[in-house]
Design a binder for this molecule. Structure first.
Ligand code: GLN
Ligand code: ZN
Length: 764
């Protein structure tokens, strides 16, 4: 029988026990010992579950209190001085790096955080400082190996490899990458020799960076580093694990080097199979075949998986194939067992982490049975898939034909930008440098409590809505008092910018407990796009209309765009992403048209997540993503009158490499987050003759700091130097939802004062 393994397991706990324990430790409600014993219990549960499901190579050290990259930084002694100088205990140093430290008149910022490849998981970015001495500085990987061993579970410790670690680090040193890598590898040699001493049979080294675009230079450096490491190998075997794509640039090097196993993603790395077919696979190595999707939540199609295995067997010794997940199961929720309220007709089509272990077990059995087609396991699996495919919510003929019959003109606004801009300027008569906000105002615990009460039937719909209206009145009054030009309603009725729409659209499924770690102790609960998406009723119109009725100023309509809704959900796999995006695009378009009909003059369609799902490889950007993502957005604004102004908002400013596509969204105005960068994007926009009006974001809402009037004036002046003043909007850089009320008020007041001072100067 073949063997099975997984790349890694979720760690937050079925009931988010780890989150609660770590946050309890932060608050001082828990002492270190208590935190550790919670963690130990969770690990025990994870290992035993895997063992029960017959996983042959069970990972250890995939566990982390906060983040694995941060764990690696600690293990390798990559601790910037500002943290070591705090003289804290090891665990507090670790958390200081994760979250910053403000105590006893010390004030140190956290390490930066960045998205882990094309996932919604964020890692802490290690910093390599000048004359930093890399050294083995922690015992966690060995401790956890021993901990499992004592429980009767032999594990395969996982570490992130030196190449990926360094590639994702910030090099704040005059040393070259090559030099740093060389020094780092010496520590990995030490790590390996400690494992050898503990008689560890296998270790797993994760190098996901190998699935990205590599240069010839990269390959040379990788080879050199690993030659040195692999030379020191005696008994312990090394698995080089890749994920999130294929290894087209480096496959030949990987099979040449003395690795004992190679882990390949056969889901996202569709090309990996072709590569194996083309170049073969060495006889003496283990292939860890990632056939169970680690990133999505659908039940595996056993027919397809067995076909892949059979194909692999033409090139790889059957006994050397080990069934695995495409990446760590960190990116899916723990288990369907927690979904007690979910209807069985949906649930049977899903598999979370624990259920995926069962799938590996099934596949192992099926593979060893030449009559598998007749087996119950196989039949049942195919029946479930069949039931899903014929489930009426997955196939809405009206929507399907709408998408099929889309014509070029459905993606185009009839009037050109210049024409629209002129009409809108004349109609709106906004002052120069119009001021606005991005949409949400502080979501206090009062509002969250109100929503909870409403959900639990503690208050009636009418009571709930009246309260929200009260909040809307309040925020409108405030905006009028401080004299903002374009108002918002504050988004008080929304829990989350995707959930709010998903709950009202057909085709979405929500989980009760489907938490996925996003960063540190934070989790998200992505909705599942189960069926065809249809709008059956207006979603925001009543609220926005109500808000507009309370003021003579322009009230902005607020929507979430199709790409963001798609990217922050688990998408179905029986339909292309393009079609899903178009379905959502059509739904949002209907909402836009209804808002327009209700007299809303400016409509903002947020695309906060547009950039994050850009494919890992540049050559795939257009074909596999932008070529349908941008049209899906355009769909939302087609058929809109020229006098209606369409805005979009994006939560980042790094889009110089997709500037043409952003321009192609054909919006009238765009607000972005440029305050935290150095405004270099603005030079670029000018150079490119970027058409839409722009609100670059004059202050950072990610911090409670109140910017001063002078500082804001200075910033606005810089922005005016770089961009046509007739195109500039003045606004914060993102929604104010997470901020406190006081700081929000003070910041906005300063923003308006600064704008007015500059308007006066412009008159002179
Ligand atoms: N309109 C949303 C808000 O203000 C945008 C949020 C976001 O960009 N993440 O909250
Ligand atoms: Zn934003």
């Amino acid at each position: 029988m073949k063997k099975s393994t997984i790349v890694g397991y979720p760690r937050i706990g079925v009931n988010r026990e780890l989150k609660k324990a770590v946050e309890g430790y932060f608050k001082g409600d828990l002492i270190l010992n208590e935190l550790q014993s919670t963690a130990k219990l969770l690990r025990k549960e994870y290992w035993e579950t895997q063992k029960e499901k017959g996983i042959d190579y069970i990972p250890s050290n995939d566990f982390s209190f906060y983040d694995n990259m941060l764990d690696m930084a600690i293990l390798l002694g990559v601790i910037p001085k500002r943290y070591s100088e705090l003289n804290l205990s090891p665990i507090d140093t670790y958390f200081a790096m994760a979250r910053g430290y403000q105590k006893n008149d010390k004030d140190v910022k956290a390490l930066r955080m960045k998205k882990w490849f094309n996932t919604n998981y964020h890692y802490m970015v290690p910093e390599i400082e000048e004359d930093m001495q890399f050294s083995l500085n922690d015992t966690k990987p060995y401790d956890l190996y021993k901990e499992a061993k004592e429980l009767g579970v032999t594990t395969r410790p996982v570490v992130i490899g030196p190449f990926t670690f360094l590639k994702l680090s910030r090099l704040k040193t005059t040393n070259t990458f090559e030099k740093c890598l060389e020094e780092l590898v010496d520590v990995y040699i030490e790590i390996l020799s400690k494992f050898e001493a503990d008689k560890v049979e296998w270790i797993q080294i994760d190098e996901p960076i190998l699935a990205t675009d590599l240069t010839v230079e990269d390959i040379i450096l990788f080879k050199k580093a690993y030659k040195k490491l692999l030379d020191k190998k005696v008994n312990t075997k090394i698995l080089i694990q890749t994920y999130f794509g294929d290894v087209r640039d480096i496959y030949n090097t990987l099979i040449e080097l003395d690795f004992d196993g190679i882990g390949l993603d056969l889901i996202e790395g569709r090309k990996n199979l072709e590569i194996i077919e083309k170049y073969g696979f060495p006889k003496n190595k283990l292939l860890e075949a990632g056939i169970v999707n680690g990133k999505n939540i659908w039940r595996n199609d056993y027919k397809k998986s067995i076909e892949i295995i059979k194909k692999l067997e033409e090139y790889v010794e059957p006994d050397n194939i080990c069934l695995s997940t495409s990446c760590s199961l960190l990116h899916v929720p723990h288990t369907l067992r927690a979904e007690v309220n979910m209807n069985e007709k949906y649930k049977e089509s899903l598999a979370f982490a624990e259920e995926k272990l069962g799938e590996l077990e099934d596949l192992k059995k099926l593979d060893s049975n030449s009559e598998y087609i007749e087996s119950d396991i196989f039949k049942k699996n195919q029946e479930i898939l069949e039931r899903k495919n014929t489930n009426s919510i997955c196939y809405n003929t009206i929507i399907r034909s709408k998408v099929e019959n889309l014509k070029e003109e459905d993606f185009i606004r009839k009037e050109k930008f210049e024409e629209r801009n002129k009409i809108q300027k004349e109609l709106f008569k906004l002052p120069i440098l119009p001021t606005t906000t991005i949409g949400s105002f502080p979501q206090t615990s009062e509002i969250r409590g109100l929503r909870q009460q409403f959900k639990k039937d503690g208050i009636t719909q009418k009571e709930y809505e009246d309260k929200i209206k009260e909040k809307i009145n309040e925020v409108i009054k405030f905006q009028e008092e401080i004299d903002l030009d374009v108002l918002v309603h504050g988004e008080y009725e929304r829990n989350d910018m995707v959930e709010y729409f998903g709950e009202q659209l057909e085709g979405f499924l929500f989980t009760q407990n489907g938490w996925v770690q996003s960063y540190g102790t934070r989790g998200v609960k992505p909705p599942i796009i189960f069926g065809d998406v249809e709008r059956t009723k207006p979603m925001t119109v009543n609220w926005i209309k109500y808000a507009q009725e309370q003021t003579a100023k322009i009230m902005k309509g607020m929507l979430t765009g199709p790409i963001t809704i798609l990217n922050w959900s688990f998408p179905r796999e029986d339909l292309s992403l393009r079609e899903i995006a178009y379905q959502i695009g059509l739904a949002i378009n209907e909402e836009v048209l209804d808002l327009e009909k209700a007299g809303i003059k400016i409509i903002q369609i947020d695309e906060a997540a547009l950039r994050e799902k850009l494919p890992i490889r540049k050559e795939d950007w257009k074909k596999e993503y932008l070529d349908w993502a941008i049209p899906a957005f355009r769909l939302t604004a087609s058929k809109v009158k020229p006098e209606t102004q369409i805005h979009t908002h994006m939560c980042y400013s790094e889009f110089s490499d997709i500037i043409n596509e952003i321009q192609d969204m054909d919006v009238d105005a765009i607000t972005i987050e440029a305050a935290r960068s150095d405004f270099s994007l603005l030079d670029f926009l000018k150079e490119k003759n970027f058409k839409p009006e722009i609100g670059p974001g004059v202050y950072d809402i990610h911090s409670p700091r109140v910017p001063s009037e002078e500082e804001l004036e200075k910033l606005i002046n810089i922005m005016m130097d770089k961009l046509d003043v007739n195109k500039l909007w003045i606004n914060p850089d993102c929604g104010l939802k997470t901020r406190g009320i006081e700081e929000t008020k003070l910041s906005l007041i300063n923003m308006i004062k600064a704008t007015k001072t500059i308007r006066e100067q412009l008159k002179k």
